[in-house]
Design a protein around this ligand. Structure first.
Ligand code: ZN
Length: 144
């Protein structure tokens, strides 16, 4: 297990631009504000949705299964910020509901279009939290 302790830093509230790419916008806020560690949560609505699912056997993300192209509510969207290749990197999971309330969820990837988004980011201050390729899982995970 890896445990690191942080102190609370700045808190940001942001309104996202319509038709922007959700993941790109979150990464842009972190890069622009130099947020190298933190937590993210947001609610809003999207006009299209693309999610990934990590296949633990093949160690590959599957994207097409969870690709949608219809308006949905963001019921919950949460994640964290750390460093990957020396730059702020957002790891985000999202649950979205269609007009009947049916939900789908997964790992957010590029290709989700914002209709409206209200973001809260809590910066965390401490030593660097870096991502490196992890042999056991095939994922890029936190390291010492
Ligand atoms: Zn994920």
């Amino acid at each position: 297990m890896l445990i690191k302790q942080f102190e609370q830093g700045r808190t940001f509230m942001a309104k996202l631009n319509q038709n922007s790419d959700l993941l790109e916008e979150l990464n842009k806020i972190c890069i622009d504000e130099n947020i190298t560690a933190g937590t993210i949560n947001l609610i809003g609505a999207i006009s299209s949705l693309k999610l990934g699912f990590y296949d633990q056997v093949t160690k590959q993300y599957i994207y097409t299964t969870y690709a949608y192209d219809e308006p949905m509510e963001i019921v919950s969207c949460t994640g964290n910020i750390s460093l990957k290749d020396g730059k702020p990197f957002c790891h985000i999971h999202l649950i979205a509901a269609d007009k009947k309330g049916k939900c789908i969820g997964g790992h957010l990837v590029q290709g989700t279009s914002v209709f409206a988004g209200e973001v809260c980011i809590q910066e965390l201050l401490g030593e660097d939290l870096n991502r490196q390729p992890d042999k056991e899982t095939g994922l890029t995970l936190w390291t010492e």
